[in-house]
Design a protein around this ligand. Structure first.
Ligand SMILES: [Zn+2]
Ligand SMILES: [Zn+2]
Length: 331
């Protein structure tokens, strides 16, 4: 589907029925097209890409660059296969490039660290194996390979029709990037800013010390950009970038208050706090105990991301007790 002059959006299907599709974008150029994000590594995704380019009267083999906004499977998974098919160069931010191997190749260490982290933060023994391995199934939809180009903030990716400035926007993933076309006033935001959902920002062994602090700074970095169209990695296109950023910031302010409120009656682990705050799914509000296992882990790591930011700002303090990390509000 053509979304702007020379820019086509293709819905790349999720690997399971009912799973989220990814928006990938083909940006036309006479000297080669740029593909932004690749979708999961499945036959259906490659098929969708082939059909999508055909429908736009373009050729798959004319894709010369694949820019990956971040290395989550739904954005990065198929990039190596596209490289094989088209000979395209794959470009990823240096920080996320460094996580390809620990996340998708030698992941035993990551699994162990994840287990320790979850245990420390109050996940009960009987839930640990499930929560620890909640994302493992996704690895089979990724072909991990090192990128050809390591991106840095401020780099420029272009063809003869478009010129994108790379904005490093850590938070959702430590090496997340957005691509800004200044002259044509549009931005591709990956999972950094979405319209219908609040992007997941969790504390995990690869997230850095304060991912939510990073995320909020990254949101503010985009607030003053002149943008007429936002092309996100999931869900609908939209135009009021500044307004949407305000809404996301508001959401985090609410959650921060809910977390502090949950600490009024005493010390708690992140897992106990996560049980006290409201969670949303696509189908509306849901109690923590009813969340599917992957969402449950995200709820715990999101709570932790808030606690890390609160620790840094001095809103809470924490203490280690019998191997568990307990939090308390400071006033
Ligand atoms: Zn993502
Ligand atoms: Zn995504």
């Amino acid at each position: 589907m053509r979304v702007l002059d020379g820019v086509h959006q293709i819905k790349s299907p999720g690997p399971a029925s009912g799973s989220l599709s990814t928006n990938v974008y083909v940006v036309e150029g006479g000297d080669g097209h740029i593909l932004v994000d690749s979708g999961w590594d499945t036959q259906e995704s490659l098929w969708a890409l082939q059909e999508g380019t055909k429908a736009a009267n373009l050729k798959l083999r004319d894709i010369k660059k694949v820019v990956v906004t971040h290395i989550h499977p739904d954005h990065y998974g198929l990039s190596s296969k596209i490289k094989q098919v088209c000979g395209a160069q794959v470009a990823i931010h240096r920080v996320d490039a460094g996580f390809i191997s620990p996340k998708y190749k030698d992941f035993a260490d990551l699994l162990q660290k994840t287990e320790e982290l979850l245990r420390q933060n109050g996940v009960p023994q009987d839930e640990l194996p499930q929560l620890k391995e909640a994302s493992l199934w996704m690895n089979k939809y990724v072909t991990p390979d090192s990128p050809d180009v390591m991106l840095e903030d401020g780099d420029v990716i272009s063809n003869d029709s478009f010129q994108f400035r790379i904005f490093w926007t850590p938070g959702h993933s430590p090496g997340h990037i957005c691509l800004y076309e200044k002259e044509k006033k549009f931005i591709l935001t990956g999972d950094h800013v979405l319209y219908e959902t609040t992007p997941h920002v969790g504390y995990n062994p690869l997230s850095g010390d304060n991912p939510l602090g990073d995320y909020i700074s990254s949101l503010k970095k985009l607030q003053s950009l002149k943008v007429n169209y936002v092309l996100p990695g999931h869900g609908p296109l939209f135009n009021a970038l500044g307004l949407r950023i305000e809404k996301i910031l508001e959401h985090h302010e609410h959650r921060r208050r809910a977390i502090l409120k949950s600490l009024r009656d005493g010390l708690k682990t992140a897992y106990e706090i996560a049980q006290k705050i409201p969670w949303m799914t696509d189908r509306g509000g849901i109690a923590f105990r009813d969340l599917p296992v992957w969402d449950k882990r995200m709820a715990v790591t999101e709570t932790l991301a808030h606690l890390k930011l609160l620790l840094e700002e001095g809103g809470v303090s924490n203490v280690a007790m019998d191997g568990a990390s307990l939090y308390i509000a400071k006033d």
